[in-house]
Design a protein around this ligand. Structure first.
Ligand SMILES: Nc1nc2c(ncn2[C@@H]2O[C@H](COP(=O)(O)OP(=O)(O)O)[C@@H](O)[C@H]2O)c(=O)[nH]1
Ligand SMILES: [Mg+2]
Length: 169
């Protein structure tokens, strides 16, 4: 099983990654480049699930090495779940990648991060509305305080268990 964290740079992917994974984290270089990404794991039903913190990217049509690595990480191996981390204060720009990811029709969750900053700025996001518009689950979070991470973890478990049952049929 493989989970990929994808999103624009500076949206909190690495903080989310750290909260989801244990202490054993491997830093790898994307083959042939200096682009780094992190690999960790989560135990679900006694099984190790790989979690990859992909380099930040604005688009799946890459415009630099980091974006190319992010796109390759997504396409190169089967991915069971994409966690698209977005900055709630910059939703419009962030959703550009979200819509591209959605076209791949992989299981996907939107982590609406930085809602603390959004709240401070008076930005209100109607989560059920967004879920309906995108057709995927949306979990609001504040990665730095841990708010929403338990819900995210529960949702990951639920989706991966569902996958396994589907695959058995
Ligand atoms: N206020 C606030 N800051 C956050 C949140 N999540 C991440 N950050 C901060 O945002 C910055 C970028 O986070 P990072 O995980 O490195 O982003 P990445 O580039 O997507 O991996 C760091 O300074 C984090 O501490 C959040 O939910 N709220
Ligand atoms: Mg990062």
């Amino acid at each position: 099983m493989r989970i990929l964290l994808m999103g624009n740079p500076n949206v909190g992917k690495s903080v989310v990654f750290n909260r989801l994974t244990g202490i054993k984290v491997i830093i790898s270089n994307y083959p042939g480049t200096t682009v780094e990404f992190l690999e960790g794991s989560m135990i679900i039903d006694n099984k190790k699930v790989k979690i990859i913190d992909a380099p930040g990217t604005y688009s799946l049509i890459p415009s630099d090495r980091a974006e190319e690595a992010a796109a390759h990480l997504l396409m190169r191996e089967p991915t069971d779940l994409v966690i698209n981390v977005v900055d709630a204060t910059n939703l419009e720009r962030n959703l550009y990648l979200t819509l591209q990811l959605k076209e791949l029709t992989l299981p996907m969750v939107l982590d609406l991060n930085m809602i603390d900053v959004a709240r401070e700025r008076g930005i209100e996001i109607d989560t059920p509305d967004l879920e309906q518009a995108l057709g995927i689950p949306v979990i609001p979070s504040v990665a730095v305080s841990g708010e929403g991470i338990k819900k995210l973890r529960e949702l990951i478990v639920k989706i991966l268990r569902g996958n396994r049952i589907e695959n058995r049929v």
